[in-house]
Design a protein around this ligand. Structure first.
Ligand SMILES: Nc1ncnc2c1ncn2[C@@H]1O[C@H](COP(=O)(O)OP(=O)(O)OP(=O)(O)O)[C@@H](O)[C@H]1O
Length: 232
């Protein structure tokens, strides 16, 4: 579904990624882990057309997408939840969700209903300003907005960042359910062990390059990976 080959990318003249390869199959759940500054978010931003492309290829459903801008990429079936500033704080919850469908002529009511069924608290608080909600609820708003177009691939950048420990489990459970319902997931996570335990496949990125790739379970069991990247 998503195939990244030999990707070189960065910001302006600054190259961050070198020869990065990555695959996400239909309905798969793929995680990228690695140290701070490894370029994990840059991979995700590159897929969404937000970095400077320097070489290689990014294809989605067998179509090259790297010259496209984010709006065109959304049309292709990819939605992105950035780590920061992922909601409009002064808009209500419902207005935020409606923004997720801005590329359409009208808001698809069935999608709004599907998002409310997935995140009932958002229906209860639909008229509340999103900026006044808790961290976990704001993350639900951001995910709900990304799901408004029923994407084939959902890009999640550190969905557990800033959440209280008891909410982290809940967030990962919700992501599992989104994936169980057929949406492929590409997720960057600091919470590496938890993410690898849940995903189909993991990529360890270091200094902008692929370091290890395997099933989540095998990466977790690999002594070198554990020593170098997972705190032993
Ligand atoms: N907009 C930008 N302009 C210039 N450099 C950037 C920009 N965004 C990120 N970088 C740099 O790119 C490198 C990789 O950053 P990136 O956010 O992709 O890493 P990461 O692995 O996701 O890190 P973290 O786990 O800390 O979020 C870092 O050196 C960072 O300073």
């Amino acid at each position: 579904m998503l195939t990244v080959r030999d990707l070189d990318a960065g910001y302006g003249d600054l190259q961050i990624l070198t020869d990065v390869d990555l695959d996400v199959g239909e309905g798969e759940y793929v995680t990228i882990v690695g140290p701070n500054g490894a370029g994990k978010s840059t991979v995700m931003k590159s897929v969404f057309g937000l970095t400077t492309y320097m070489g290689g290829s990014i294809t989605f459903q067998d179509e090259e997408i790297h010259p496209l801008d984010p709006e065109d990429i959304i049309h292709k079936g990819i939605s992105y939840v950035p780590q920061n500033e992922n909601i409009f704080g002064t808009l209500t919850v419902e207005e935020n969700l409606e923004m997720g469908a801005y590329i359409l002529d009208s808001v698809p009511e069935d999608r709004l209903e599907a998002v409310y069924e997935r995140f009932p608290v958002l229906r209860e608080r639909k008229d509340q300003k999103a900026g006044t909600m808790s961290g976990g609820q704001r993350q639900m708003v951001a995910m709900g907005r990304a799901l408004m177009l029923d994407p084939d691939l959902l890009l999640l950048d550190e969905p557990s960042a800033g959440l209280a420990p008891d909410l982290v489990q809940d967030m990962f459970d919700r992501i599992d359910r989104i994936n169980d319902d057929g949406t492929a997931i590409l997720m960057v996570e600091q919470n590496a062990k938890t993410a690898l335990r849940r995903c189909d496949r993991g990529y360890v990125l270091a200094q902008g390059e692929n370091s290890y790739t395997d099933t989540g379970d095998r990466l977790l069991a690999d002594d070198e990976v554990r020593q170098q990247f997972l705190g032993g």
